[in-house]
Design a protein around this ligand. Structure first.
Ligand code: PMV
Length: 348
């Protein structure tokens, strides 16, 4: 098939890891398996205009972000295209105009790389599907999209499907792979369905240490091997927890994972701290509330100061009141984002 012009639009979400990915080898191969909740409201919408052109040496593209031409993201996307070009030779034959917008506030400290790169990957796969003579099936489409997204940002491989996705080869997870994310296909207990994630925006500034640098610091890290085997062990435990609905164990495992991720940062060489005083204030308030109210809320952290407050849907009303009354004061401009688990990429 030859296609002279094609415009496609995809919406893909952000995700929050329960068992964290921290440490990788080339090319974006994780040192341990990770699992995340796919989010629903925090997403990127990206459209790409593909215009057939003469074959070029390097992919040619323009980038518009929230309506304005934006060259800041160009280097990251150029590197991405370079990495994937051997799997998508058509990127040399089309000029691309990329238009992207996020549902969450700009520089809110919410990583946009997972949603941003998975959206571009889905758009590329739509072109590939249009070009392919044999009908490329849905599973291949999503797996290859996840494979491509992974080459842009590891965690982006977990943003194609939902509500739970595993990335990284693991004995206990059928079909799991280091190369792409796979949906967690077990029947999950009702308490974990439509799980809530309210993201408290503690610090919206640029991170002092990027996740690329953080991953690399795991190479000579004194606790690296211990950490990688702990994470794989935690995937095994979490699988049973999700099936059995053992929420008390869920809380213990998820909070420990968050603190361990940050413990790796505290103990690397050079060491660094991404949590802020308000991150710790919030954690202590969550512990107090959980005890006093017999609640099942817990927290997790990304590579930053923001706190993700996780809780079952049936606690929503009460927890949101607690957040508004007790926790929003620790957030920049009192801002937080209410989200819940979602189902992954959607064609628009
Ligand atoms: O996808 P990256 O390279 O930005 O790494 C993300 C790492 C964490 O967000 C800290 C953990 C994870 O598994 O998402």
């Amino acid at each position: 098939n030859t296609i002279s012009e094609l415009k496609v639009t995809w919406q893909t979400p952000s995700n929050i890891a329960l068992v964290k990915y921290w440490g990788k080898s080339d090319p974006q191969i994780p040192k341990n398996a990770s699992i995340s909740f796919t989010l629903e409201h925090c997403h990127t919408v990206t459209s790409i205009d593909f215009i057939k052109a003469k074959r070029r040496e390097l992919p040619k593209f323009d980038m518009y972000f929230e309506g304005k031409k934006n060259d800041d993201f160009k280097p990251k996307i150029a590197t991405f295209f370079k990495r994937i070009s051997q799997y998508c030779p058509y990127v040399f034959e089309y000029d691309m105009i990329i238009r992207s917008k996020n549902s969450f506030p700009h520089s809110s400290g919410i990583a946009s790389s997972a949603s941003g790169l998975s959206a571009i990957a889905m758009c590329l796969m739509s072109l590939e599907k249009a070009l392919s003579l044999d009908n490329l099936n849905d599973q291949f489409f999503k797996q290859k999209a996840s494979f491509l997204a992974r080459l842009g940002s590891g965690s982006a491989s977990r943003s194609i499907e939902g509500p739970l996705v595993v990335w990284g080869s693991h004995d206990e997870i059928k079909e799991s792979s280091d190369l792409f994310g796979v949906p967690f296909n077990e029947e999950v207990a009702p308490i974990f369905k439509n799980y809530q994630d309210t993201i408290l925006l503690v610090d919206k500034g640029e991170k002092q240490v990027s996740s690329t640098v953080g991953h690399n610091l795991m190479h000579d890290h004194p606790y690296a091997e211990q950490r990688f085997s702990q994470a794989n062990e935690n995937i095994k435990k979490l699988k049973q927890i999700l099936i059995n609905g053992d929420i008390t164990s869920f809380i213990g495992l998820v909070e420990s994972e968050a603190l361990t991720l940050h413990a790796m940062m505290l103990t690397s060489d050079p060491y660094f701290i991404l949590m802020k005083p308000n991150t710790l204030q919030i954690i202590n308030e969550i512990w107090r509330y959980r005890k006093e109210q017999n609640s099942y809320i817990c927290f997790t952290l990304d590579a930053g100061a923001n706190v993700h407050v996780l809780y079952p849907e049936k606690e929503k009303e009460k927890v949101l009141q607690f957040i508004e009354n007790q926790l929003s004061k620790y957030c920049q401009k009192n801002q937080y984002i209410c989200d819940n688990t979602g189902f992954g990429a959607r064609k628009i």
